[in-house]
Design a protein around this ligand. Sequence first.
Ligand code: C2E
Ligand code: MG
Ligand code: MG
Length: 617
Amino acid sequence: MATDRELVEVLGEFARTMVTDFPIQAILDRLVQRIVEIMPISAAGVTLISDGVLPRYVAASDPSALCFEQLQTELGEGPCLLAYETGEAVAVPDLAADTLFAAFRDRALADGLAAVWTFPLRQGDERLGALDLYRQSPGPLDADAMEAAQTLADVTAAYLVNAQDRADLEDSSAALQHRSLHDPLTGLPNRTMLLERLEHVLRSSDRSTTMVAVVYVDLDRFKEVNDDHGHGVGDDLLVEVATRMTALLRPGDTLARMSGDEFVVACENLDEEGQAGMIADRIVTALAAPFALGDVEVTISASAGIAFAGPGRNLQPERVLHDADVAMYQAKRKGGHRSQTIDLRARQDEQDRHGLATDLAGAVRRDELRLDYQPIVSTVDGHIVGAEALLRWDHATRGVVPPAVVVPLAEGSGIMADIGRWVLETACLDLTRWNHLPAAADLNVFVNVSALQLTDLRFVPTVASVLERTVADPRRLVLEITEAILLHDSKHAATVLSELKGLGIRIALDDFGTGHSPLTYLRAFPVDIVKIDQSFVANFLEEPSSRAIVTKVIELAHLLDITIVAEGVETADQHTALATLRSEYCQGFYFARPMAAATLEALLRDRDGRSLRLPIG
Ligand code: C2E
Ligand code: MG
Ligand code: MG
């Protein structure tokens, strides 16, 4: 008989199966194989049934079980079908004495079957099929065994629904993804895909020495073509333009349609600026030749603007695109039908950033950095359970510079490790101080760690020494990391995370859902907390796909003993919905905005102030 431990083991195995991309058939195969191992039966089978269709999936622990499964389908009669139809378990402890399924009984008895039990696979009101247990000797199953089998059937049903959802989701998301990244008229990549491509190229060109050029092409007087010949001809022209430009590309170049009559070529791996000029001139020349479109011939011209990016230059895709666009307008102002290079702005920018970076280098010394804290509350009663430290830089002339600017700047100028250390040390000192407040003894402090910090070999020793000097309790410290690090350097990340956990610290995965990491990562890395990104929370009440994702992530996290923090909670409705989904914690403007350390401390001192909202319900 299945001991509780064995049952727990099988259930655990199923939990792990679900997070990998296990196909439906494999889930069923695993179920029948394991159930025979732990139950006093000789074989097991399962059939998935949908109304009016032949069974789509069947699994069996051995050939005899397969034969009994098929027999029931063939006869349209048997305990399996009854369990499916009624949603109740069916027990036939002595098949020879059975009167309900005469046709099945006779044939099965002849094949050596003596007893059969079947359990419906059900999910809510829906039924998916049934699990059948077979034995070659008659006699009852005790109540515990019956219960264990039904539990397994229920769990299997839950995973099947999940696997089916996943299959549906994959089908639709592939189509959706293609649609969202391509221009329907020409089939070329669209603006979104171009930006993604540039982002990737610029990140990798960071490590090599070659540069990237962006050529922005706009047709001159395209509107006249539409006005004179109609939109049909205008569309045909755009398709022909795309074809001509495609013929001029080198391997590795990307051509995209931005909008209307605007196209962009991203050229990678250039050795010198002159090459981009040549490509642009070739495009301008090629587009000046007449186009034969059905019965009409159209002659147009084009203007091209060029901007560069790469090591020591601009590294932001949007910026480069903008610069190339500006250059294109300069070409147009000069009469069109020409190309024009821009670089001055990019250089100016570089100098600007250099100035800010120099200022930042002295910011710690000048005491210009500070941390704001945003409370994290228990979803059920609004009680403050933690606070996220958020970096602020009070610049002497520019005012408060947000972390979205500070962090990339610090990373670009090689001082992120120093700033990160300052953040950690300050947060730990605050944590130690608050620990002495009676009402805040269990408060957790969340500190953001950038990908660059985490990959620095000195990171773990730094954390250890900060903990030691500040005498902060590591069990109250949570480090927030982003998915990017797991995707790009997963082996190193896994090691660093285990070392951090060795120090007693907990790990939260920040902005979860934005980095496209597979859900399996939740299992692969030692993550304690998942912070669901605010972009999902912002629209999950209206958008079914966001809601599906949030629901799935929460379900899965709970299965893996991971705690959820929902970020960016701004409304009471979002709060209520998150409570229903059993998200343990919430963070967002609805509860509190980021505040000065002293303000949070005052809140903590006041026991009554610790609950930011009334209990739900
Ligand atoms: P994050 O870790 O996701 O932090 C939450 C951000 O969302 C904060 O922006 C916070 O002010 C904002 N926020 C919180 N609740 C709401 C809400 O209800 N609605 C909306 N619209 N926004 C909300 P902030 O302070 O500008 O920080 C931006 C990002 O900068 C952080 O995102 C984090 O990734 C990074 N960051 C902040 N401090 C540090 C730091 O010390 N080190 C590192 N490496 N990154 C940091
Ligand atoms: Mg964060
Ligand atoms: Mg976040």
